[in-house]
Every structure is written in C-alpha cells, then in structure tokens.
Ligand binder design. Structure first.
Ligand code: BGC
Length: 752
C-alpha cells in the first residue's frame, strides 16, 4: 500500500467542522498561533505557490517543511494533497495546514455549463445548487478554496473572459454572484464539504481596452459604482471569504496596488472581513506596468494597498523580509495580513481535519445525481434564438440525422476552466443524439471544416495539448463536400458550429466575433441543400449571427453546456426539455456595434427618427438579439402591469405586479423581467435598467401573477454630479415582459 493511502486511513478524515466555530474563538486561536510564528513563517503564509504546473517551477518538500508556503494552487489529486498536507502538519514547526486553492469555476470533476450560460438560466437557485455540487467534489480531494465567482461585467464580446462571468448587467450579475457564493460556501464560511469563495477580479477587468485581455480599463466613477462594482458588493454581502485583484490598470493604477479599490471601496465602504489574494504573478507584474520601481517596491505597494497573499510570483517571500527589516513594513502590518489567513484555515477545520479520505473520491465523483444536475443545467441554460415555422422540437421518428460541423464530435463542450476533468467523459452532440434516438435512427457526422486559433493558447502549451493535424487543401475540399452530401442525404441536419474551447476564456480575446474559420460558408452550403437545418451553437461569447439568421430557420445557443452537453442538447432538440434560458448579454448585428448594451443613456439626438440621430448610417443601432431575449416551444403573454401606488415618497417601497400566461400548448418557462427608467434627476440615467426577474414554470394555459418590490435600493444610483449615492424625486417608467425591449408599460412618481 502506498504511503499516502496509509496516511489517509490512519489519520482523521476531512469531515471539517460540523458547526461554525464562534468568531471569538477563531480570533483567539489565530492570535495565539501568531505569537508563536517567526517573521519567515508569517511571510510563508502570505505566499501561494503553483504546484507542478508552471514550467520550470519545482516545489521541494522542504518549502512546506520550513513553512515557506501557506497555500498551493492547481493540486487536484487527493493522494498528492494528503502527502503534502502530511509534511505541513507533521513536519513543519508549527503544524499549520496548507490551504489548497483551485479554479472551480463551473464544476470540478463534473463540469457544468460555463458561467455565462449559467447566467442565461436566470435561475439563482440552480446556480447555487450546481456550485454546491462543485464544492462537494472539490473538497473531496482537499481543495477548500475556489477562485470564483468571477463577476466581471463584460460588454465587449471580443473579450475572451466574457465566458467566465454573468454578462453585461449589474443587477443580474449581482444575483448570480450572491448565488454562487452561497453555493460554494454553503450554510456558513468553513462549512464541511464546501469551499471558500474568492470573488474576482477586482475590479473593472471586463472593461479592457479593445476587449484585449489584460489591457487597461478606463472606467468613470458613475460606471464603476453603478455597473462594475455591484456584483462584487453582492458577493461580499453574501459573505465571500476572499477576493482576488485584477491584472490590469484601472484608470492608470494597477488593480493589484489600487488603494481606491482595496481600501476606499473594499474596506471603508463595504467593511470586507475576508482576505485578499493577488491574481497570478500580478504582484511581480507591478513593475511591468511601469508602476513599481523594483520587485521590492512591487511587494511594498501591493502589500500596503491591502493584498494579503501573493499568488505565484514569490515576490512577497523574496521581498517582505527586507521590507520588514528596514522597518518599511511593521510587524503589526504583517500580523494584520496573516491573521485572516490563519482564521480562514481555522474556520475550515483544517487544523482538526487536514486530510481527505482518498477512498471516497470516486464515489463522490461518480454520483449519478451530479451528472443529472449537469444534464438539467445544460438544458436550462440554452437559449432558443430562432424557430421559424416551428422547426423545433424535432420528431423522434426521424430516421437519418446528419451532424455537420467541427463541434459535433468533440469534447469542447466543456469550456475553459475544466482542468480537473477528463475530457473523455464529455457526451458529444453525436453521442447525445444517438442515445436519444436509439438504434433505429442513423446519426452520422462530418466536421466539414476545421477551426483553429491563429496564435496558440497558453493553456494548450501548459497542458501539452497536441494540435490537431491540419488538413491539406485536397482533404479540406473532400471533407467539405462529404459534409454537404451527408446533409443532402439526411432528413434533418444539426449544424454544430461555434468555437473550440480555447477560443474563449483567459487570453482568448478576438478581433472578430464571426463564426471562426469557414463555418459560415459551410452553413450556407448545407442550407442550400434545401433540407431542414437546425443550428446548434457551442461557444462562449456573443457571435455575429447576421449571416446565419439569413439562412437557418432554427438556432439554439447551447454555449459550452458541460460534460452532459450532448444529452442536454438532444433533450432540447427533441422536446424532452423546453428552452427557457434568456440572453445575459446583447448579441450585436455586427462587431462594429461593440460595445453594445441595453442600459445605455439617451443622447442629444436619440435614435428615434431620421436626421441627426445617434444611429449608424449603414445599419440600425439596435442589436440582433436584445439582452434578456430567448424563445420557447410555447408562447407567453403579459398583461395587467400595475404598481401598488402611483406615488411613493423617497425611501418608500411599492410593489409592481404583472400577469404572465402560457398561451401555447406545452409547459414551459418564462423569465419575467422588470425594467425601470428614471426620467430626470441629478444625472442622466439609462434608458432601462433591470430591477427584478423571476423564472416561472407554467403549464399550458396557466397564468400567474408575479410581484416585484421597488424600493430605494432599486432606485438609488451613484451620481457623478454628487459623487455619491442619491435617490432622486422623479418620474419613473416601468416595463415588464420577456426581454429588455418589453412594451407593457406603467409609471410612478417619487416625491421628496
Ligand atoms: C486568472 C485567475 C485565476 C488564476 C489562477 C489567472 O491567470 O486570471 O482568474 O484564478 O490564474 O489559476
């Protein structure tokens, strides 16, 4: 028997603490431990290291034995986690356990739909549930800290990391952020089978110039407080145990040493009680920004701004000793940074239960209920964009199905940050359709075209992913014709198009948002056969679908739907599930419209008539698909929108109610959305702002009244005229309906 397995048997299992420890006890224990620690041991706790993933970075066991690192990231194997933990707990002077962190972004072993897709579910309870399952799997191998939720608002489809967040809207983004924190952390901070959350990347990362990852963000005060900060605040309010800084400069100051963000906002305005970790290598990179003069200066400025832990760069471990010796950093400041990290380990119960039970891991990983949740999530997150003539759902009696496109038979359904999963487990579109239709139907596939990045992804380089050999010109022609012929000889074609996994995510920005490669050409050739065609999109950002819409009657946006993706897609295409997801982000008509988002303000000459208006002269300024949009196999009607009062005093609340009815013949879900607009005040306000939503399930003919509360929280905003939060006496428009263009309208007044 291996040493590690022996260890797991002979030592207590990681059940963690079944009850939250009283906070006074947590503090006392942490302070008592602190008094025993040498400066070197304290600095070790502030240093997080990558384990075994960064080329050239080899961590020896002595690093742990000597207490030089308090945390590792990227360990996903229970036996390794136990082995290293054993060194920390048994062989280091003070027996302080390691804290393992990992990017559990949308699942650990069982990969769920990507976060942008989860936001498209408009279903906070689903989001909380799947993040709870992800936490359960991660904690089974010893990972007790996730670098999530990622809550960066993104209004630029070129930015690759738009896939990791909840889209463009601060209200939806806040609800999704809080649900994730609740899911990860469970009933309390440190709960067993759960992980600590780490809300990231603080803040404004999604506003990168030109959508280029890591590039600078310039975010005016009004947008900062009203748009980019609210999801962070919601995560902090939900109790996120930690927070990660961002890579870029925010208004000229790197986020990793930004005192406005880390002191004024996080601590002064929000009273954040957790700890702050840098993004990977971002302390070191303060010098790259042209901000810090030297590594020592970088450590000093990040540390004094409020970054407790240095992820990966070893700048703290190398520079803090000298800064301490020279008195530039005091012992009290060092203690203040170490304390919350010790407290986090105490709350998690790592001192009592440092090890995991390796024999339990496979049972946790193989839980059928988790796979079922993934399948359900894949179906609840898809958005039906188009269904002309009711092409969908398809009849299960279909005999010959062609699956055409480069995403038909790949495991790229998982999306970025699926590092702990074996891709072999993903159910492909073809497999899902075969399972659905059984042996009597013929489901055949042909990729037709290949897609690839012009510049490789660093994830491929790190993980040694072999590039697929490129077809030569002859093969490319043959494959293209084979695909079109297959479509011609089939009853229906499912076009599985989109983008390969590494085309979305970190360092995966694009200058174009067209379907990559020759996919649109393939789409045109396949639709020209005259056979019924359904386009299933597997991708992680808004795409330019103007060409596709001109040719294809039915479009299902499946995003990267996760490990059960093929089954979820088959459930949707054949009507065993009814699409109910709605867009968390605007789909432009063309990339020239970027940035485009529904909550813009009116201009000097609004886009309402011909002449000197704000619109383009070559196309409408409206999007192809608006925020909140999504169809169903049934229909819904809204009526009877009213407010509980026509006038309310400032700080007062009123209730808005609206009826929604399923007027079709199938059960289905509709996301009832509430938007408001303030007509005048101390600053111009967006034409519409989402202020309430509820996903409701209705049987055919069923009607429900949905109510929303509109109080000062929903009406207040940060006014750049006042440099503070205001609630104006004003007139408000209210709309309720199925998307951000809803027409059912009422209004109310707010008086002094
Ligand atoms: C990303 C973070 C991530 C970290 C650790 C960085 O490159 O920006 O989002 O949590 O790596 O993997």
């Amino acid at each position: 028997m291996k040493l590690t397995s022996l260890l797991a048997l002979s030592l207590p299992v990681c059940a963690a603490l079944a009850q939250p420890l009283p906070e006074s006890q947590v503090r006392q224990r942490a302070e008592a431990l602190l008094t025993k620690m040498t400066p070197g041991e304290k600095i070790g706790q502030l240093s997080q290291l990558f384990y075994g993933i960064v080329p050239g970075m080899k961590i020896s066991d002595d690093v742990i034995r000597q207490g030089k690192s308090g945390s590792f990231l990227m360990i996903t194997d229970a036996a390794l986690a136990n082995r290293l933990q054993h060194i920390a707990v048994e062989q280091s002077r003070l027996h302080i356990p390691l804290l393992y962190g990992f990017d559990v972004i949308h699942g650990f072993h069982t990969i769920f739909p990507v976060p942008l897709a989860m936001a498209a579910s408009w279903d906070p309870s689903l989001i909380e549930r799947v993040q709870g399952l992800a936490a359960h799997e991660a904690s089974a191998v010893g990972v007790r800290w996730t670098f999530a939720p990622m809550v960066d608002i993104a209004r630029d489809a070129r930015w690759g990391r738009i896939v990791e967040g909840a889209g463009e809207d601060p209200y939806l983004g806040s609800k999704v952020a809080a649900a994730q924190v609740r899911g990860f952390q469970g009933p309390y901070n440190g709960a067993p089978d759960h992980v600590l959350a780490c809300v990231k990347h603080f803040a404004g990362y999604g506003a990168a110039d030109g959508g280029r990852d890591y590039d600078s963000s310039w975010v005016p005060e009004d947008q900062m407080w009203n748009v980019y900060l609210p999801p962070f605040h919601a995560a902090v309010e939900a109790g996120s145990a930690s927070l990660m800084t961002a890579y870029m400069d925010l208004n000229g100051v790197p986020a990793t040493a930004n005192t406005f963000l880390l002191q004024q906002v996080l601590h002064k305005a929000w009273n954040f009680r957790g700890f702050v970790v840098s993004d990977a290598f971002s302390v070191r990179d303060l010098a790259t920004h042209g901000f810090a003069a030297s590594p020592e200066d970088a450590a000093f400025r990040a540390f004094t701004a409020g970054v407790d832990m240095d992820m990966g760069s070893m700048t703290y471990s190398k520079q803090l000793p000298a800064l301490l010796d020279s008195g530039k950093i005091s012992k009290a400041e060092l203690d203040a940074a170490v304390l919350p990290l010790l407290e986090a380990k105490i709350r998690l119960g790592l001192f009592e239960h440092p090890y995991v039970d390796e024999s339990r891991v496979q049972t946790v990983f193989n839980a059928a209920s988790t796979r079922e949740a993934a399948r359900e999530a894949g179906a609840r997150t898809a958005v039906l964009l188009r269904n002309e003539g009711g092409v969908l759902p398809l009849a299960k009696t279909i005999q010959r199905v062609a699956v055409i496109g480069p995403l038909g038979e790949t495991s790229d359904l998982l999306g970025s940050w699926s590092l702990a999963n074996s891709h072999a487990q993903a159910v492909t579109v073809v497999e899902g359709l075969r399972a659905k239709l059984g042996p009597n139907a013929r489901v055949e596939a042909a990729p037709g075209v290949q897609i690839s990045r012009r510049y490789p992804s660093f994830f491929d380089l790190i993980f040694g992913t072999k590039p697929t050999p490129k077809w030569d010109a002859g093969q490319a022609r043959t494959e293209f014709s084979r695909a079109v012929d297959l479509a011609r000889n089939s009853d229906v074609t499912i076009l599985a198009l989109g983008a390969a996994q590494q085309m979305s995510g970190e360092a995966a920005s694009r200058s174009s948002i067209d379907l990559p490669g020759r996919q649109e050409e393939l789409l045109e050739a396949v639709t020209a056969t005259g056979k019924p065609v359904v386009l299933v999109l597997i991708n992680g950002r808004p795409l330019n679908l103007t060409g596709a819409v001109a040719h294809v009657p039915a479009i299902l946006e499946a995003w990267y739907p996760g490990v059960e993706g093929g089954n979820s897609i088959a459930d949707l295409l054949f009507g065993d599930a009814n699409p109910g997801g709605q867009l968390p982000v605007t789909f432009p008509r063309s990339p020239g419209q970027i940035p485009i988002y529904y909550a813009h303000t009116l201009t000097h000459q609004p886009d309402t008539a011909a002449g000197f208006t704000s619109r383009y002269w070559d196309e409408p300024s409206s999007p192809l698909y608006p925020f909140g949009y999504g169809l169903s196999y049934t229909q819904f009607a809204f009526s009877n929108l009213h407010t509980s009062a026509s006038t309310v005093a400032k700080r007062g609340k009123l209730t808005v109610s609206v009826d929604v009815e399923n007027t079709g013949s199938r059960p289905g879900d509709e996301v009832v959305q509430l938007y408001i607009h303030q007509r005048f005040g101390s600053a111009s306000r967006p034409v519409r702002e989402l202020k309430g939503f509820e996903r409701v399930a209705l049987t055919a003919g069923q009607k429900r009244t949905v109510e929303f509360e509109l109080g000062p929280e929903e009406r207040k905003y940060w006014s750049s005229a006042k440099h503070g939060w205001v609630e104006d006496a004003s007139k408000f428009d209210v709309w309720a309906g199925a998307d951000s263009t809803a027409s059912l309208h009422t209004e109310f007044d707010v008086t002094e």
